[in-house]
Design a protein around this ligand. Structure first.
Ligand code: AMP
Length: 444
């Protein structure tokens, strides 16, 4: 399907063409027609699938074909709620890009920065408001924003909103919205609590659109695994980051403190790295992101919350320096590479105490992550057998999480391949596959 086949205004199609998009992505193909018809939509799609345009384009079409004089004093027609400042800024940017030939105005508001310019912008008036929940409620309480005229409400990355503890804020916002509105609800995963929340926001029988089954790992990403003990992780990371094919890397650390420590050590090793996490000021976060985007720094060390929604092109490698304890987080993390149809490499470091997390991840993605070899500092604790991907189907096997015993702490070795691993030809771990073959892809 070509964009021109969608019943969108030429002004929007021109902007899309200028962005170089030829074909709508699957989520755009599925979501744009029902959103144009005014239907409520429950969308299961993660960042990187083109979901922002999937809702922004039909909303911009609606605003341009149903014009009303612009309200001043913070009375907007569309509200998009996002979990993080970075995502809010990105979504607002997309509205501006796709709406560049329309008269629609978009404002973004988030905490951590002065409210003065945001208030001034709201007083001048706009149609679209993109906001994080805290600052939005703050400005509503100050009577600077009113939700009384909202025609379309978008909740973006609902699962992350709940993870971040925004449920009460979301409820407060929803209670202030007019009952007669269109609602669009997007989430990368659809567990029960998300569906329950969606039921309270959407009208009955919304249109369900999904581009991949919930939490399916992005197909194009070449996933690799290194068994390495905690104390050797920084050195292994430095080893990878010094490889010439590792050009732009996002490194995930579980804690804010941990990410600062990694950055210090990388800098000591002569690598340009910056950290982005919730303890950094908005200014420092923006600086780090800009430096990463411009290539001034080639390594960004992030916590999950701060990295959510980061849309930087050409991230060649994502490192799971710490394995996440929620398997869905692994899927979100690796989705930072392999954006919009390009391939990327995701390398996970797994220490002995993280092996149960590995099992959870592999069961979620229903695939075995390729176990690398030929990397230094490999743990000498024998690698676990391949994860049983269907534990309940096997009788007597248990399939539960069993932590391997022992006091931890492996010594260094360059042992030969362990069970479940396979040869990788002459390709080094972390290097892009040559030709069409994708030897490192997770196996189903
Ligand atoms: P999103 O999932 O909205 O964060 O979008 C991910 C990336 O895909 C962004 O960099 C968009 O510019 C890009 N993108 C969105 N729609 C298309 C399309 N139809 N064709 C090519 N790239 C797209």
């Amino acid at each position: 399907m070509r964009f021109q086949e969608l019943p969108l205004l030429t002004r929007l199609l021109d902007a899309v063409e200028q962005e170089g998009y030829e074909h709508p992505t699957p989520i755009q193909e599925q979501a744009i027609p029902p959103v144009l018809k005014g239907e409520d939509v429950l969308g299961c799609a993660q960042t990187g699938t083109g979901k922002t345009a999937a809702f922004a384009l039909p909303i911009l079409h609606h605003l341009s074909t149903n014009t009303v004089p612009r309200h001043k004093e913070g009375r907007v027609r569309v509200l998009v709620l996002t979990p993080t400042r970075e995502l809010a800024a990105q979504v607002a940017e997309s509205f501006k890009t796709y709406g560049r030939y329309t008269k629609t105005k978009t404002i973004v508001i988030f905490g951590g920065v002065s409210q003065v310019p945001q208030v001034a912008a709201l007083k001048r008036g706009a149609e679209v408001l993109v906001a994080t929940p805290g600052r939005l409620l703050d400005l509503i309480n100050q009577r600077i924003v009113s939700l009384a005229d909202i025609e379309v409400f978008v909740l973006d990355e609902a699962d992350r909103m709940l993870d971040m503890g925004f449920i009460h804020d979301i409820r407060k916002v929803v209670a202030l919205l007019p009952a007669n509105r269109q609602s669009l609800f997007f989430s990368a995963t659809m567990p029960d609590d998300i569906r329950t929340l969606a039921d309270t926001i959407l009208r009955p029988n919304p249109v369900f659109v999904a581009v991949t089954p919930p939490a399916t790992t992005v197909e194009l990403i070449d996933q690799q695994l290194c068994f390495v003990e905690k104390r050797d992780k920084v050195e292994l990371l430095i080893h990878f980051l010094k490889q010439p094919w590792v050009k732009r890397s996002l490194v995930f650390s579980r804690t804010k403190y941990g990410s600062d420590k990694i950055v210090q050590k990388l800098k000591r090793a002569g690598l340009a790295a910056m950290a982005i996490h919730g303890n950094k000021s908005q200014g420092a976060r923006t600086r780090a992101l800009d430096a990463f985007k411009s290539g001034e720094t080639s390594v960004l060390v992030a916590t999950d919350i701060a990295a959510r929604g980061i849309d930087v092109e050409d991230i060649t490698h994502v490192f799971n320096y710490d394995l996440p304890n929620e398997p869905e987080t692994y899927v979100h993390r690796i989705g930072r590479t392999g954006r919009a149809g390009t391939s990327g490499i995701a390398i996970a470091f797994c220490a002995e105490d993280e092996r149960p997390y590995l099992q959870d991840i592999e069961r979620l993605i229903q695939a075995h992550i390729h176990r690398g070899d030929g990397y230094p500092l490999k743990s000498n604790i024998p690698a676990p057998p391949p994860t049983d991907l269907h534990p309940r189907k096997r009788q007597g096997k248990g399939g539960g999480r069993g932590r391997p015993g022992g006091g931890g702490g492996g010594s260094r070795s360059q042992s030969s391949r362990s069970q479940g691993e396979r040869p990788r030809g002459d390709r080094s771990l972390g290097e892009r596959p040559r030709g069409g073959q994708r030897p490192g892809r997770a196996r189903r």
